[in-house]
Design a protein around this ligand. Structure first.
Ligand SMILES: [Cu+2]
Length: 332
């Protein structure tokens, strides 16, 4: 057993508790080694191609969504670990796919080895707190609610237990796609990418266990910016892969908690961009960079004409040096 966040003892912990509304009250909790250790962190990256396929044409029905909240020590960067709070031990959480008119039965189970309460707020739900109040679960608890997906779109979901920004900064966000009655144009490949910020006491790149810094979060000064949870998540083996002549679709969201993304793929143009992830509005055509707010999303389609390596960035390019780089590899 490893006492994570052990360095937070004493006055530092007291200060954090004031700043974060007591959200760290359980921060001294021991976690099983299976949840990762500082010197053996888990891979928490959600692969960009880890999403269910298109629903296509079908009548509305009932869909079950089971989310498990797990606190793990994961790899934030080479030689840097971080204590993540997650949906399903990956960041972002699972991609949820439904169709407009579906009834969505959500069950959130907070693992018994968690130190915190967790919940889920679906932006696709029209209900108080988006389901937060109905799902707020203490460690070991399981809570459920149902909602009808009234509006098509690509929506963020996130934990909303106070202080919600802390839970989001620690990795508790994901996307739910509510497909319109008439499906989107077919594409050859689909990808799932979510941007977030990580606020650590230690400077970017410092080796060892990086600890959450409430002051930096309050000042909106992250040390790390990440696609899919970690530095390097979408490069090398994690790169998005496609072939010349194909059209790819990226479901892109921003967990935040605080920073907009100016999402851009270097060397490409978004042939179609569904601004603010509205799927009821016609897409914009031929867009270079699209602005995505925290708690927001977009859907972009890219036709691939030329083989080679393309780079996913936030065009606030200074963020690249803090980890925000992904790759799209296009082969012949
Ligand atoms: Cu939470």
């Amino acid at each position: 057993m490893v006492p994570h966040l052990a360095k937070l003892a004493g006055p530092t912990l007291g200060l954090l508790m004031v700043l974060s509304g007591g959200a760290w009250a359980g921060g001294m909790h021991d976690h099983p080694d299976a949840n990762g250790m500082a010197d053996a962190p888990l891979d928490i990256v959600r692969a960009a191609d880890d999403l269910p396929g298109p629903i296509g044409v079908r009548p509305p029905r009932t869909v079950s969504v089971d989310l498990e909240t797990v606190e793990v020590t994961g790899r934030l960067a080479d030689n840097t670990a971080y204590h993540y709070w997650t949906f399903g031990a990956r960041v972002p959480g699972p991609f949820v796919r439904a169709r407009v008119g579906d009834t969505i039965n959500v069950t959130l189970t907070n693992r018994a080895d968690s130190s915190e309460k967790h919940s889920v707020d679906f932006h696709a739900a029209t209900a108080p707190g988006g389901g937060h109040f109905a799902t707020e679960a203490a460690p070991g608890e399981s809570r459920s609610f149902s909602f009808k997906a009234l509006k098509p779109g690509l929506y963020v979901y996130h934990c909303a237990v106070p202080e919600a920004a802390v839970h989001i900064a620690n990795g508790m966000y994901g996307l739910i796609l509510v497909e319109p009655e008439e499906p989107l144009p077919p594409v050859d490949r689909e990808f799932y990418v979510v941007q977030g910020e990580v606020y650590t006491e230690q400077a970017f790149g410092t080796e060892g266990l990086a600890e959450f810094d409430a002051t930096k979060m309050g000042a909106e000064q992250p040390e790390y910016y990440v696609f899919n949870g970690a530095v390097g998540a979408l490069v090398n083996d994690g790169a998005l892969a496609a072939k010349v002549g194909e059209t790819v679709r990226i479901y892109f969201g921003v967990g935040g908690p605080s920073k907009n993304s100016s999402f851009h793929v270097i060397g490409e143009i978004f042939d179609r961009a569904y601004q603010l992830a509205s799927l009821s509005s016609p897409p914009l055509l031929d867009v270079q960079t699209i602005s995505v707010p925290p708690g927001g999303a977009t859907v972009v389609d890219i036709g691939l004409e030329v083989p080679g390596e393309y780079t996913l960035v936030d065009h606030a390019l200074a963020r690249a040096r803090r980890g925000l780089v992904g790759k799209l590899i296009v082969s012949d």
